[in-house]
Design a protein around this ligand. Structure first.
Ligand SMILES: [Zn+2]
Length: 484
């Protein structure tokens, strides 16, 4: 121990006003000396120190550091503490900033979520609008194609001279029926004039299609044929020159809706079997009342309401007009309606609302039973469909012990017998009365009816002759048996 040896160095430190003598070997490392100073200061050994002389100049801490005396001690400043404070402050600042950043990040996240949501909404809207545009575009294309197709089928004078228009007698394939109906509404100017939403028109027609049952006869194809015949008559008879567009809309819409949800069994069955429909409508045209009710149930759905842009007065008119026409399709009222029309036809007055209504009723009746106006190859399968539906009913009537009409009885009716009477006594008289107002239907509609009547009469003669031969054969056989 003792005093400092020659290998020792003595340094005086000022530790908070107190003089501290520090002795260390000149072979000590600067790190050792610093640790020694820390001990003298009473701070952790890892603390960084600054050594300042009396002039405030910094002195390096190492074994060769300048010598000093008790009167000129070095001031030891734990620089680290000051720097730490700075660092702490810096750290705090950093923390604050980070916190702010976080907070901002959270806010940004909120904002981001909102923006994402809004974007999704916009995208959805764009998508929907896009779909609408696509759908409308498709609609336009369909119509364009149909126009071209119809023009080519009806040869060149289709577009040049409307008066030479003949009703389209062929029935298009199933997928085209909806597009054709849609086209008719566009072509007659109904979509434009009544500001009908073209998408609603599509949805309405789809809904109509879904509300026709799969009966042998009273199905959507029948609805199509009746409406197509109406469209043809509107064109052929230039009805748009005589009727208001509202009348045209009523004629078309009544045709589309006229057999909605037909159950395949007629009013007689409904009344005799005391069905729910007969009870609901007190035996008064139960089916036709039901078709009307279903039609207006469909219109009550906003998605399918093609009249949504109508003011209440216009809607009232379309409703009343459509109901009147659909109710007129009850064949039980045939005589009454035709008689009323016959009384008006010789002095027909287009300014008289009653005359117009009566004509519209006759027109929908003509269209409803117009199959025989079409070419034989189209008309004949319809007779099979009708008989199939009739036989279904008569079989059920027999099973339920209800009266059976002879024209529906599979034991009593044949195609020629079913058609001859109907063409001769119902169709031709009605079409010939309409002919008085519209001579242009003679060639296109009345003549085919006469031809159809003649054809079925020939068929009946053949049938009768065959039956006669058959009868004689069996008679001969019986007589031969007796001779034996
Ligand atoms: Zn019908």
């Amino acid at each position: 121990m003792g005093s400092a040896s020659s290998s020792s160095r003595v340094i005086y430190l000022d530790v908070d006003g107190r003089i501290q003598k520090v002795v260390f070997s000149r072979f000590c490392s600067p790190c050792d000396i610093k640790e020694l100073f820390c001990t003298a200061l009473g701070v952790p050994r890892t603390t960084n120190l600054s050594l300042l002389d009396s002039s405030g100049a910094m002195v390096s801490i190492d074994p060769t550091m300048p010598h000093n005396t008790e009167r000129s001690p070095y001031r030891v400043v734990p620089v680290t503490s000051g720097q730490l404070a700075d660092k702490e402050e810096l750290f705090q600042n950093v923390l604050t900033q980070v916190a702010e950043q976080f907070s901002r990040a959270f806010k940004i996240n909120e904002l981001k979520t909102e923006v994402t949501n809004r974007l999704a909404m916009l995208e959805k809207r764009v998508e929907l609008e896009g779909m609408k545009v696509v759908e409308i575009e498709k609609c336009h294309n369909d119509i364009k194609k149909l126009r071209e197709e119809m023009a080519s089928r009806n040869n060149s004078n289709f577009l040049e001279d409307n008066k030479k228009l003949t009703p389209r007698r062929d029935v298009p394939s199933y997928p085209k029926m909806l597009s054709c109906l849609e086209h008719m509404y566009h072509d007659l100017g109904l979509v434009k004039d009544f500001n009908i939403n073209p998408i609603t028109l599509k949805r309405w027609l789809l809904c109509i299609h879904d509300n026709y049952r799969n009966n042998p006869f009273h199905n959507f194809r029948h609805c199509f044929c009746v409406t197509q015949m109406m469209y043809s008559m509107i064109c052929l008879c230039s009805l748009q020159e005589k009727f208001t567009q509202l009348d045209i809309l009523i004629l078309m819409t009544a045709a589309v809706c006229h057999d909605l949800d037909h159950p395949g069994f007629n009013n007689t069955y409904q009344i005799n079997a005391r069905t729910e429909l007969a009870v609901r409508y007190n035996d008064i045209s139960p089916l036709e009342n039901h078709h009307c009710a279903v039609a207006f149930q469909i219109f009550s759905q906003p998605d399918c309401n093609i009249f949504s842009n109508f003011d209440p007065e216009a809607f009232k008119q379309i409703r009343q007009g459509t109901i009147t026409l659909i109710l007129a399709t009850d064949m039980a009222r045939h005589g009454e309606i035709l008689d009323s029309f016959k009384q008006k036809v010789d002095n027909f007055d287009y300014a008289d609302e009653e005359h117009i209504t009566c004509l519209k009723m006759v027109l929908i009746k003509c269209c409803d039973i117009s199959n025989e106006v079409r070419p034989m190859e189209v008309a004949e399968p319809w007779v099979d469909c009708l008989l199939e539906e009739y036989f279904m009913q008569s079989d059920r009537e027999k099973a339920e012990g209800l009266p059976v009409a002879p024209f529906m009885d599979r034991e009593k009716v044949t195609k020629p017998t079913a058609q001859i009477g109907f063409i001769k006594f119902v169709l031709i008289p009605m079409f010939e009365t309409v002919l008085k107002l519209f001579p242009q239907i003679e060639e296109a509609m009345v003549q085919p009816l006469r031809e159809s009547r003649d054809r079925y009469e020939e068929l009946k003669q053949i049938d009768d002759a065959m039956n006669e031969v058959q009868k004689k054969k069996s008679e001969n056989l019986t007589m031969g048996g007796k001779k034996k």
